[in-house]
Design a binder for this molecule. Sequence first.
Ligand SMILES: [Zn+2]
Length: 280
Amino acid sequence: MKAIDIHVHVPRHPELPEYGIEPGLRKMFRMDGEPDSVQEMADRVMAADVKAVIFSVDAETETGDRPDPNDYVADVVKRHPDQFFGFATVDPRKGLAAVEELERAVTELGLIGLKLHPIHMAFFPDDPAFETLFSKVEQLGIPVLMHTGYAAAGAGTPGGGGFKLAYARPIPHVDNLAADHPDLKIIMAHPAWPWIDEQIAVALHKPNVYIDLSGWAPKYIPKQLIIEAGGRLRRKVLFGSDYPYMPPERWLEEFADLEIRDEARELILLENAKTVLGLD
Ligand SMILES: [Zn+2]
């Protein structure tokens, strides 16, 4: 395994209808044809010599879409243990049910992290209403991977599909959360454009906050983030593709062309993920 891809969306559960946002996303990322199946995804990840973290997103309260069960993600991991790690997802707005589901997903299903999407779920991570959930994440000792920055879903549609970008702003929301929970490992997903400098500042300031570079073709990632990734943030930045929206092999190919020191390259592709996932 040459790399760990920290950001991969599991294919939709075959018996559930497509997510409401999916057709728009597929158009935006210019994806034609049928989405890859779990088997195709596993083959592709294996061909790239990568092990991937897979997850879904439960934003049911806001969107009305039924979530992929965490049991499904755990089952995919069980069927392809050499290719995948699994993160749980819960909808924070489901309150105590979300806290209980997270505990079950980690202790009974063996999932090893939590995926949240504050824009789709419509919540501020530093809102005291979600304190119990984040205390539980911290107590379970698992990382939380949280979308930050611009979201493709809803772009160009009336009202941006109703999605509000402010939920995903690093300062104050991620920074406050990290300050109140120093043992909570937070991965800010994606270059958090248009707040790249805020994102860099939070990752520099808070030892418990990381950044994944997913969702962007490496050649378009804002320069200041690439410079920091090869320098001061070399132990804080992780490889992520955002597959199926960005195939891991394309990401890796373009990443190879970036000017980054070899030592940092290895940290970003593999070692930092091992640290965050507690694999050492
Ligand atoms: Zn994603």
